[in-house]
Design a protein around this ligand. Structure first.
Ligand SMILES: C[S@@+](CC[C@H](N)C(=O)[O-])C[C@H]1O[C@@H](n2cnc3c(N)ncnc32)[C@H](O)[C@@H]1O
Length: 185
């Protein structure tokens, strides 16, 4: 009996090590992209959602939704909103969809889309979450300019350079963490 338990534990341990190594390899490979996969810290996500001041019916998108760390808590908190996550990584979309299996009451209000956000039409969204890079934000700026009045961009870590047409608010959460909010005028 003890031998069987040890045998099974050995396989669980091996599987765990392989999963961690696979995850680390995925993160390293993703650093070759314009925007690598780096998860937003949970305490920051809480602040980003709060600062977005989402109203019932508003359309919300996370550009580069990763494993759903922003879309899932947003859908949990705001029950009258459709939340879209755009990510072009098959692996990260799969992880999000697996996570959604554990949230049956919100998964109808979340859509995970396989798309390159540089080609996405984001003009109809009211709230745009992003944790991207300065280059990606620069490339997306022409799309940001097409947003409706009062739409908000909630950007963690990096600011939008061209803020013409936006009201910018900067929230320093800690020495290393800043959230930038851009409201379209
Ligand atoms: C810094 S991560 C942010 C992940 C997620 N928002 C979070 O808070 O955990 C950036 C995400 O953007 C995705 N991404 C990078 N370039 C993309 C592109 N052109 N189109 C769609 N998704 C992209 C990556 O796969 C990654 O999941």
């Amino acid at each position: 009996m003890i031998i069987t338990i040890l045998f099974v534990l050995q396989y669980i341990f091996l599987f765990g090590i392989l999963a961690i190594l696979g995850y680390l390899a995925f993160i390293m490979v993703s650093f070759r992209n314009t925007v690598p996969y780096v998860p937003t810290p949970r305490r920051i996500i809480k602040q980003m959602i709060k600062l977005a001041e989402i109203k019932p019916g508003e359309r919300v998108v996370d550009l580069g939704s990763g494993t759903g760390r922003i879309v899932i808590p947003t859908a949990k908190k705001y029950k009258a909103n459709l939340i879209i996550g755009i990510d072009r990584s098959f692996f990260l979309r799969l992880v999000t969809k697996l996570r959604l299996l554990f949230h049956p009451f919100i998964n109808k209000r979340i859509q995970i889309v396989n798309q390159d956000f540089f080609n996405a039409d984001i003009a109809s969204f009211d709230v745009i979450f992003c944790f991207l890079t300065p280059t990606a934000l620069r490339l997306l700026t022409p799309k940001f300019k097409l947003l409706k009045a009062k739409s908000r961009i909630i950007s963690y870590m990096f600011s939008v350079e061209d803020t013409q047409g936006f009201n910018e608010t900067i929230k320093h959460i800690s020495t290393n963490d800043t959230i930038y909010i851009y409201q379209k005028l």
